[in-house]
Write a protein that binds this ligand. Structure first.
Ligand code: A2P
Length: 271
């Protein structure tokens, strides 16, 4: 298998472009799922306080060199609350430092994401969170935190898959020097039987999931597919012996739809 690529963040740090996502991975199986991924060669795991599985992730990554991301839950927004929530997450993960700490949602109705961001900047300055970023932020949220603090997030993790490609937001990220990370990169497996995806996969002798994940990599996105099955976990890493061509990418570009969002809209989400 060819080497897995890293991307360089705007703070100069390297991050493996592909990682294992553990949203909806039950707490009681997280340690074994993550262990099977690390044994298969994954070097990056993405969790969050709200997933309830940081302890299991922590057991699996103990003593291993793994890039670990976790996220601050909405109820913990606020300056002091954030500092406390970070300590709880770091403890559960069994780490003094976290490679990447994200604000999980902007939660605009709370209007606390600027002070929350200031706490993340402090955690970075103290060397506790080695890189900091956000999730589910729109262009206005990004410009506001940068305007008020002068600190630019390393990345924004957003829902992104062939049905919802976030082209406009990605343009803003490029302008601001922010990396884009795709959550639910497989569209939660809802369109693995899409004829275009199937055709691209077949052409390369790969599965539909592999074709979609290769698309993310070729688009320069950071990608964190979730699976609890060791066989699929291995399959989702077996992406480094092919690339999509211009024609494949044009066909997948045409699948983008304004109605393609699967998850909550960050502007109107109840939390
Ligand atoms: P499972 O965990 O049972 O393997 P996303 O990362 O977009 O949220 O997608 C996750 C969903 O896709 C899960 O339901 C997961 O199921 C499924 N999945 C992950 N990898 C594959 C694969 N290689 N083939 C088929 N389904 C997959």
């Amino acid at each position: 298998m060819a080497a897995q690529p890293d991307v360089t963040l705007n703070d100069g740090r390297a991050m493996p472009q592909l990682g294992l996502g553990v949203w909806r991975t039950p707490a009681e199986t997280a340690a074994s799922v993550v262990t099977s991924a690390l044994d298969a060669g994954y070097r990056h795991v993405d969790t969050a306080a709200i997933y309830g599985n940081e302890e299991g992730v922590g057991q699996a990554i103990a003593g291993r060199e793994v890039f670990v991301t976790t996220k601050l839950w909405n109820d913990d927004q606020g300056y002091d609350e954030t500092l406390r929530a970070f300590e709880t997450s770091a403890k559960k993960l069994g780490r003094k430092t976290v490679d990447l700490y994200l604000i999980h949602w902007p939660a605009p109705k709370k209007n606390r994401y600027v002070e929350t961001w200031k706490a993340l900047v402090r955690l970075r300055d103290e060397g506790r969170a080695l890189s900091i970023g956000v999730s589910n932020f729109n262009a206005d949220h990004l410009r506001r935190i940068i305007g008020e603090t002068g600190a630019t997030p390393a990345l924004n993790q957003v829902e992104l898959h062939p049905r919802f490609q976030q082209r406009a937001l990605r343009g803003v990220h490029e302008e601001l020097g922010i990396r884009t990370e795709s959550w639910s990169p497989l569209g939660q497996a809802q369109f693995l039987n899409d004829p275009t995806i199937q055709a691209v996969a077949k052409k390369h002798g790969k599965s539909p999931a592999q074709a979609i994940l290769r698309w993310h990599l070729d688009e320069g996105l950071i990608v964190i597919p979730k699976s609890v099955h060791p066989e699929r976990i291995r399959q989702n890493l077996d992406l480094f012996d092919f690339t999509l061509d211009e024609g494949d990418r044009a066909r997948i570009a045409a699948l983008d739809s304004p109605a393609g969002r699967i998850g909550p809209d960050p502007m109107t989400a109840a939390f």
